[in-house]
Design a protein around this ligand. Structure first.
Ligand code: NAD
Length: 337
């Protein structure tokens, strides 16, 4: 194993609360003796003509070279002439799948205590292809693009994920009864891939029924795979089931096995610089990065320390009803380690 050789990973602290919660990750990793060397990259204050964005070519190259990275939230600067930072990353690194683990945190009470599911969202096409126009006054058109290539790729990722993470079932979420061609093709691809994984149960669930089942009994689901827009909505619904934005991690998977982990939340300008942000979502995102690197021992240790700290209830940030600062909460996690 390469447990002792240092691994290089790109770190974008990001904007707003980003640098505060990124600092928390650095401290926790240091305490847990994770052998990662961070290559820190900041969003520039000028547009790099090579990327047409505030993200520099060097930053993107760093992720490509390292294959793994962690990203804090990035505020979308207002103004014209540049691409959104998140969109630039998604396009340039071909981040085709967004993976969001969602499980109940023991000791933090919400309506359910048995949520344990993974949403996998196709991230490059569907309703988010950006092809919208006006046909005539009062009539607009938006093109939903579904390709065999992108659908097979995300389905393959979902089944591979299920198999390698000891999951039993993959549910494809769709509206193929209405969107016969587009969602129909998506389902056909999922079905094809499912045949290669006979040990994983495969099912198809219509999106509206899926929403009803999720709020009634989320324990019914295991791994869910779906086109872009449905994934955007369902993954936030799932975040709500377990306690909100401060807690939910995600990981973007790109071409060639790139993994760029990020919290689901934004830069939280309302609380930035006040040392009150909850670093849990970014910490758990960093844990998904460790799992991607097969550093499961470190991932388990860090995850357990975070969960124990929250369960104990002595140190919690304001979003979870506590009064701890980001640094006190981080210190409590490090003490657990
Ligand atoms: P937001 O997620 O930043 O904030 C929504 C609410 O949740 C705020 O009240 C905030 O204080 C709270 N919150 C979020 N994360 C928290 C945390 N870790 N701990 C405690 N409270 C937390 O959403 P927004 O206000 O709509 O967006 C702000 C900026 O972030 C915008 O510029 C937006 O474009 C950007 N954004 C970036 C990403 C990303 O980089 N992936 C995602 C969403 C939004």
């Amino acid at each position: 194993s390469s447990a002792t050789a240092p691994i290089r990973a790109t770190l974008f602290p990001g904007d707003g609360i980003g640098p505060e919660i990124a600092e928390s990750v650095k401290q926790v990793f240091k305490t847990a003796e994770v052998t990662i060397e961070w290559e820190e990259h900041y969003v520039g204050d000028q547009i790099d003509p090579r990327t047409q964005s505030f993200l520099t070519w060097e930053s993107l190259e760093s992720v490509r070279r390292n294959g793994v990275g962690l990203k804090g939230p990035m505020a979308t600067p207002i103004g014209k002439g540049h691409r959104s930072l998140n969109l630039t990353l998604r396009k340039e690194l071909n981040l085709y799948a967004n993976v969001r683990p969602c499980y109940s945190l023991p000791g933090y009470k919400t309506r359910y205590d048995d949520v344990n599911l993974i949403t996998i969202r196709e991230n490059t096409e569907g309703e988010y292809s950006g092809l919208e126009h006006q046909v005539v006054r009062g009539v607009v058109e938006s093109l939903k693009i579904i390709t065999r290539q992108a659908s097979l790729r995300v389905a393959e990722y979902a089944f591979h994920y299920a198999k390698t993470h000891g999951r039993q079932r993959v549910s494809a979420i769709h509206k193929a009864n209405i969107m016969q061609k587009t969602d129909g093709l998506f389902l056909k691809c999922c079905r094809e891939v499912s045949e290669k994984y006979p040990e994983i149960t495969y099912e198809e669930v219509v999106i509206d029924n899926c929403c009803m089942m999720l709020v009634k009994n989320p324990a019914l689901f295991d791994v869910l795979v779906m086109p872009n827009l449905y994934g955007d909505i369902i993954s936030d619904l799932c975040a709500g089931l377990i306690g909100g934005l401060g807690l939910t991690p995600s990981c973007n998977i790109g071409e060639g096995g790139i993994a760029l982990a990020e919290a689901v939340h934004g830069s939280a300008p309302d609380i930035a610089g006040k040392n009150v942000a909850n670093p849990t979502a970014l910490l758990l995102s960093a844990v998904t990065m460790l799992r991607h690197l097969n550093l499961h021992d470190k991932a388990d240790r860090i995850q357990n320390a975070i969960l124990s700290t929250i369960a104990e209830g002595k140190y919690r940030t304001a979003d979870l009803g506590g009064s701890s600062t980001t640094t006190d909460f981080t210190k409590a996690i490090c003490d657990h380690l």
